[in-house]
Design a binder for this molecule. Structure first.
Ligand SMILES: [Zn+2]
Length: 1033
């Protein structure tokens, strides 16, 4: 059971299914998805026992057919849907679950009971595509020198412009091999020596942990096209899981004695008293009944804060910050059946590599982990006595290693529960040599630049080359850092930058069908040694092609060349492309239809036209190469195909529609600012991220940019601090005996300084057994973000209208469940618990978001980019884009202002996104994430116009104003402080457009008024009425 469950995830997420043998993005959900354990779907409609309920909580695809978009169509006709898909695993006797996610397109909801059409053409199941995972012990090729105990990684982290890294605490190893004499208190009872025989041998799969590359580069798959050799999907954390799920593991039974009394918060509190922990602190407000049809002012005056898990205060104090790790449900249902009843999605939202101001860093030769499931010791383990700790994920009792008895912070001995590892839910380790299979590679950066006529005409080369020149000193790395450049049009141009040359030497390869590297050893050069040549090249590049008449674009061959260049070391490719690739492998044809504003179901081509980019990305991922794509284009460039190169290699996608240096200055500003962040932000190479969870739960689907290497392991060729991930979870076994569960994300990476590091985040949440407690802990923003990712997948695997219907049904079903199962007294209206009061609003916002909207005309690339962002942006930034902030700014005061570093930052209240909130005698700032609008009312006060904008009258406000003038007035200072503060809180640049009623951008501003009726989308009030109607049916 468990193994098939885990196997089922290996195709994780349909469109994210791995491996060249499977389909590109647009495939119908892969067979594995349907093999998920019956309970594993979100909003599963097939309870394991008994027939589906028939009450209002019954989720019937046909019944909720509300969308004006109409009935969902059949599978999109894209050929991708039919090619090379392996069928459902053979011999599957159980019917496919009503898996919310992998659902037949004829069922518009998240759940569906129709099995997938047997599209299989393989007699035997294709093994889940994985990298070869070695079951032999890791080869320690190069025992790296142990890091100096006092490494201060503050120095290595270039302070990013937006998030200044404060110096990190660094804890070194114990000062000597022998621990210091124990303090007097414990001296009387010296810890018993641990008999070596007591140690249980590590499970055979221990090497399959994130400590070790699953495959040696030399063993990795070679050319694309064949399936990856794989071993049986494994999950080493659960030996014996198949046998008696409800039985405590043997270790637990042996060591069941009373808990070791502990002075510290943390472990000791895992006592039965938790059960009696009251939810009362949270319940009244979170579950306050709100009639949405009556209560219109839903928005809090400031930011929406995430709910706090109902844990004992001392445990909660140690928990991961919601900024890096949060769950859609801060109270975990005891069973999948209960989860199904709540009709809320269960999943994690992660921002694992976020720039942090506080990050404890530990240097240790022995990183303490559970011998059974390899969980890192964390604040939520239990010390059963002074020498043993119980894993909070698999419940195995482990020995405390001798050196862990010493606390480097207090320099004391005998209090392992006070070690930094047990006091911090987010912590970083400097890894010893067993965490590497080859020496950490240098930071390698390769820039691939489109120099076709079209590219040169946009003027982007000036900006990119200048940004590189300006930031060359700040690029993360060390003395070994390497850099290289490739330019391309219809041919590929390499640059020999070898030390000793008097100037860069350009080498042109015109055979794009069989690309080779002309001088393989001198194309990637040491940045420090060859800096002058690099600077020469960057200074001359923009001019070198200024007269070009070459219009063709051989992007695919250029990428192949780049892959060859980087495959030995891994590294980062930064690709700048300005048009549709036209020649060589990977060439694409225009697919955008002139009028994409037709009905949602007609929107085609959300899936790639070729699998070339995905396959190349998988090869790149295998060699630890990530590809970041900068698309700067006025015309359709097929981002849904090109984007695969970044998506599966764990890269990032940047999009600058209508980029032109002269004609579109705001995009130029954005590119400049984004590049500064991009070039100088922290980077991790050769990364993997593993997510573990308490036994009984499992990962269902991943969302983000990565390659799924195994059931719980993501390959991240690069990891950057601005990447977010989402993970859908399921409950495989009842969690009846547990008071809390934990999730742990471990990110192993090579720093730009060549250190192997592990960043670990652990989140602990209570388990509850009542629907009202589940609802009370619902995190509406996390739910919205997870649903957005799911809906993106649904748009691609089924259709846009299907995704829209599923979003609407998510709101209907959860509110219906709340009404029938939680509310004891029935009352009229559309009722929601206070914690979910914004759920319908956010769903409506998603329906009107560029990714899913049907009303306004939306360019295909812009829609696809919006979808990329929904899957990739960390929650905080995603919500800015989904539900913009609206502030009145013509009357800013210092009342309630923030004071940060001697700056006074006004905090205006947030307004509803409705035109009725605008008043003509005011000015409003709308913050949509990457863009802000400052709307000036026709009768705006002359004081504001003169003191803030520096103009005499409304009519004098220029139509294309993008900067606030720096005037020496209090009003100007306040608004600029506020705008700067908003901008500082995100890693990308926000353009500011100052607009008035006559401005060409006014319609875009108005489109974000999501509470209002638009062209063909409902107003918020109408939407509520629609939900109410469906719920009361
Ligand atoms: Zn464990």
């Amino acid at each position: 059971m468990s193994s098939s469950g885990f196997a089922s995830q290996n195709g994780a997420g349909g469109s994210y299914a791995n491996g060249p043998s499977q389909n590109p993005v647009g495939v119908y959900p892969s067979n594995q998805g349907f093999m998920a354990p019956p309970q594993s779907g979100y909003m599963n409609n097939l309870p394991t026992k008994g027939p589906p309920p028939t009450g209002p909580s019954l989720y019937s695809g046909g019944r909720h057919q509300p969308s004006p978009a109409g009935t969902p169509g059949a599978l999109p006709a894209s050929p991708n849907h039919m090619s090379g898909l392996s069928g459902p695993p053979q011999g599957s006797a159980t019917p496919p679950p009503a898996n919310s996610y992998y659902q037949h397109p004829h069922q518009p909801g998240w759940s569906g009971v129709t099995p997938p059409p047997p599209m299989g053409n393989n007699a035997s199941p294709v093994p889940p595509a994985m990298y070869r995972t070695t079951s032999t012990p890791p080869v320690f090729q190069n025992p790296m020198q142990p890091p100096a105990p006092s490494v201060n990684n503050a120095a290595m982290t270039a302070p990013p412009a937006l998030n200044v890294m404060a110096p990190h605490q660094t804890y070194g190893p114990p000062p000597s091999v022998r621990p210091p004499p124990p303090p007097a208190a414990v001296r009387g009872t010296p810890p018993p020596p641990v008999p070596p025989t007591a140690a249980v041998p590590p499970p055979p799969l221990a090497t399959h942990s994130d400590g070790v590359y699953a495959a040696h580069p030399g063993q990795m798959r070679g050319p694309m096209g064949s399936s990856y050799p794989s071993l049986q999907p494994v999950y080493q954390s659960v030996p014996g899981m198949q046998t008696a799920p409800q039985m405590p593991p043997p270790a637990q039974m042996q060591t069941q004695p009373q808990l070791y009394p502990q002075p510290s918060p943390g472990a000791a509190q895992l006592s039965p008293s938790l059960a009696s922990l009251s939810l009362q602190s949270q319940t009244p407000e979170a579950l306050r009944v709100v009639n949405l049809l009556q209560e219109r002012s839903l928005l809090p005056p400031g930011a929406v804060t995430p709910p706090t898990p109902c844990l004992p205060q001392d445990l909660q104090k140690l928990n991961s910050s919601p900024e890096v790790f949060r769950c859609t449900l801060t109270s975990i249902p005891q069973t999948q059946t209960l989860l199904n009843k709540a009709k809320l999605p269960l999943g994690l939202l992660l921002h694992p590599f976020k720039d942090l101001s506080q990050l404890p860093v530990v240097t240790s030769s022995n990183i303490v982990r559970c011998r059974s499931c390899r969980t890192y010791i964390n604040p939520f383990v239990t010390f059963v006595d002074a020498r043993r700790w119980k894993c909070n994920l698999c419940h195995r009792v482990n020995d405390v290693p001798e050196e862990f008895m010493y606390n480097p912070v207090s320099r004391s001995y005998g209090a392992p529960h006070k070690r930094p590892e047990v006091q911090n839910a987010t912590i970083e380790f400097i890894a010893p040599s067993e965490y590497m299979l080859r020496p950490p590679q240098p930071a390698v950066y390769l820039y691939i630049l489109d120099v076709s006529h079209n590219a040169v005409e946009t003027g982007y080369l000036d900006v990119v080359c200048q940004s590189l020149l300006d930031n060359l000193e700040s690029i993360p790395g060390d003395a070994r850092t390497k850099i290289g450049f490739i330019t391309f049009d219809s041919t590929i141009h390499f640059y020999n930058l070898q030390e000793g040359l008097s100037q860069p030497q350009m080498l042109i390869v015109s055979d794009i069908d069989d690309v080779f590297l002309p001088t393989p050893d001198s194309l990637l050069v040491n940045l420090n040694e060859c800096k002058e040549l690099v600077q020469d090249l960057l200074s001359s590049l923009p001019q070198m092609f200024s007269k070009t008449m070459e219009t063709q674009s051989a992007l695919g061959p250029a990428l192949q060349a780049a892959f060859k260049l980087l495959s030995a070391t891994g590294g980062r490719m930064s690709v700048f492309q300005t048009q549709l690739p036209t020649v060589g492998i990977g060439a694409l044809k225009p697919r955008e239809e002139p009028s994409q504003k037709a009905a949602a179901k007609d929107i085609q081509h959300l899936s790639p036209a070729t699998d070339f980019y995905k396959k190349l990305a998988l090869d790149c991922s295998g060699q630890h190469v990530a590809v970041d794509l900068f698309l700067l284009s006025a015309q359709y460039s097929d981002l849904s195909s090109l984007g695969c190169i970044s998506r599966y290699s764990a890269g990032s996608v940047y999009f600058y529609p209508s980029y032109h240096k002269q004609h579109n200055p705001s995009q130029t500003e954005r590119l400049q600012k984004d590049l500064k962040r991009y070039l100088t932000r922290k980077i991790g190479f050769e990364a993997v991220m593993r997510i573990r969870c308490t036994k009984g739960m499992s990962i269902h689907t991943f969302h983000g940019n990565f390659f799924v290497r195994s059931t719980d392991l993501l390959s991240l060729a690069n990891v950057n601090p601005d990447a977010g991930f989402a993970v859908q979870m399921s409950i495989d076994e009842n969690l009846l005996d547990l008071q809390m569960v934990s999730f742990q994300a471990a990110l192993l990476y090579t720093s730009s300084k060549g250190e192997r590091r592990i960043r670990v985040h652990t989140l602990c949440l209570p388990v509850v057994n009542s629907l009202s407690d589940i609802f009370a802990g619902a995190d509406v923003q996390a739910i919205t973000a997870l649903l957005a990712s799911m809906a993106v997948d649904r748009s691609v695997t089924a259709s846009l209208s299907d995704a829209r219907d599923a979003l609407i049904n998510a709101a209907i079903d959860s509110l219906a469940s709340y009404r029938t199962s939680v509310l004891s007294v029935q009352q009229p209206g559309l009722l929601a618990p206070a914690c979910l009061r914004m759920f319908p609003l956010y769903v409506l916002a998603l329906l009107k978001h560029k990714a899913f909207r049907t009303s306004a005309s939306t360019r295909l690339d812009e829609r696809v980019f919006a979808m990329c962002q929904l899957k990739y942006q960390p929650l905080a930034y995603l919500m800015m884009m989904v539900h913009p902030g609206l502030y009145r700014v013509d009357d800013l005061t210092d009342e309630g202002a923030l004071n940060i570093n001697d700056r006074t930052i006004p905090q205006p209240r947030v307004f509803q996104l409705s035109v009725e909130k605008l008043s003509r005698d005011a000015a409003f700032l709308m913050d949509c994430g990457t863009v802000m609008y400052l709307w000036i009312g026709r009768n705006c006060s002359p004081v504001f116009l003169t003191q803030v904008l520096g103009v005499e009258s409304y009519a004098a406000v220029p139509l294309n104003m993008i900067h606030l003038p720096e005037l020496d007035t209090a009003e100007s200072a306040r608004l600029r402080a506020f705008v700067d503060w908003l901008r500082e809180r995100r890693p990308f640049h926000s353009i500011l457009h100052i607009i008035r009623d006559e401005s060409p951008l006014k319609p875009e501003f108005m489109q974000n008024m999501i509470e209002d009726l638009s062209e063909s989308a409902l107003s918020y009030y109408e939407f509520l009425l629609h939900l109410q109607q469906q719920i009361s049916k």
